[in-house]
Design a protein around this ligand. Structure first.
Ligand SMILES: *Cc1c(COP(=O)(O)O)cnc(C)c1O
Length: 410
């Protein structure tokens, strides 16, 4: 979102006019920002052969997937349905990586049948996989390097207590299973958390992954996962992409020399590509003063954007209806019958009933984590591309809430 001539715009389109046209609450995405982020990452890793697999759990609207594919990206899926969404968007099975955890062997077999690249994150499943397929399906193994990475514990996935990956300390067991079934390991993978801002931690993880990779003679690529941080708060530092790209490229090229074959780098950014491209626009229902604070109650809640309540995540908020209003402190809350505060103490230009508030960084883990809690429909989604706004998902209605319910006579 940009301030142009005292109006907030998204991809060149006036944000308030989008609310007039499509209603509130509404998610709006800007393809120009997704492109900017993609190109930034692609450039940062230009020193090494690499593939960018968009982690679509961040935002999986098919129109967005189609756009990201047009940029040249592949896709990272964590469920069978994400694979199907990707295929509907035009991704071929070769372009899709399947990175599930704790799924049934049944689900794994279905993914194999779809022909996607497979990533396995635990030994019991690897054992079953080996028994069924031997070395006939190339496989990536997810390693847990036991490093503390990511913005906070809830979004850290590579530490010793995390459910993800095969522990680095289980190398011997891993190799025994691989050998017993002649499993064809072509890659090792790590994804150690979200909102990683520190180049050192990524490089430390990479060193551990390379150490693991030495055990697999058929190795073709190293998958460093996602988790690159973007700025959420004003003044926040994003991940130093260029620095990390250059250092990882150098390190992997060195490893390629050691192996005598070109080892590729795979990356799985989610948030990095789409977080800043999304804005969530809501309308203020009520401004309520209590002895303790002033609440700005909006027509949304944890049903639409759960990150502030689930992760204590900071989302920058702007009152885009009253740019010149005097700054006052508000507790911005939702309409759900829970304590669904988006922000406890936030300075905003004076908020009046009816004002539209804009949540920044709403592209990643916004709509995809939404629910129908309190029997409230999910919002609509709009995509702005080349100065034009397209509705890419209609607002849900009561019918969507009633769908699948079976009324029995008791
Ligand atoms: C969620 C996820 C990602 C993306 O994480 P971001 O923090 O959004 O970049 C990448 N890889 C895997 C395996 C994931 O589960």
């Amino acid at each position: 979102m940009e301030l142009v001539n005292n109006r907030y715009t998204i991809g060149g389109v006036d944000a308030l006019s989008l609310v007039e046209e499509f209603g509130a609450p509404i998610y709006v995405y800007d393809t120009a920002i997704i492109r900017r982020q993609y190109e930034m990452l692609d450039t940062a890793f230009s020193g090494v052969r690499h593939k960018i697999k968009y982690a679509c759990k961040a935002l999986n609207n098919i129109s967005i997937l189609k756009f990201i594919r047009s940029l040249g990206a592949g896709l990272d899926a964590v469920s069978l349905n994400e694979i199907h969404l990707a295929m509907q968007a035009g991704f071929t099975s070769q372009e899709i990586m399947y990175t599930p955890n704790c799924v049934s062997f049944e689900e794994l077999k279905q993914a194999v049948a779809l022909g996607v690249a497979m990533n396995i994150d635990n030994l019991p499943l690897l054992e079953q996989f080996g028994k069924e397929y031997g070395g006939s399906i190339p496989l990536c193994i997810r390693i847990n390097p036991h490093i503390m990475a990511g913005g906070n514990l809830k979004i850290s996935t590579g530490h010793v207590d995390s459910k993800f990956g095969v522990s680095v300390h289980q190398l011997e067991e891993l190799l025994a299973v691989v050998e017993a079934h002649s499993i064809n390991v072509v890659a090792v993978h790590m994804h150690t958390g979200s909102e990683i801002a520190d180049a050192e931690i990524i490089l430390k993880g990479a060193e551990i992954l390379i150490e693991m990779a030495r055990n697999f003679p058929n190795l073709q690529y190293l998958d460093f996962g996602g988790g690159m941080k973007v700025a959420y708060k004003p003044g926040d530092k994003a991940v130093p992409t260029l620095d990390i790209g250059a250092k990882l490229a150098e390190r992997v090229n060195e490893f390629s020399k050691e192996r005598g074959r070109e080892i590729e780098v795979w990356l799985e950014p989610g948030k990095f590509l789409v977080s800043e491209a999304g804005t969530f626009l809501v309308r203020t229902n009520v401004v309520k003063r209590t002895p303790a604070r002033t609440f700005a109650g909006v027509d949304s809640g944890l049903n639409h954007l759960i990150r502030p309540m689930f992760y204590d995540a900071y989302h920058h908020i702007a009152n885009i209806s009253n740019l010149t209003g005097t700054q006052q402190q508000y507790t911005v809350c939702g309409y759900i019958c829970e304590t669904d505060n988006f922000a406890w103490d936030r300075d905003l230009a004076e908020v009046r009933e009816g004002d539209v508030l804009a949540f920044h960084n709403a592209g990643a883990y916004g709509f995809t984590m939404s629910s129908q809690y309190n029997a409230r429909p999910r919002p609509a989604e709009v995509l702005v591309h080349n100065g034009k706004a397209h509705l890419i998902r209609t607002r849900e209605t009561l019918e969507d809430i009633l769908r699948n319910q079976i009324v029995v006579e008791l």
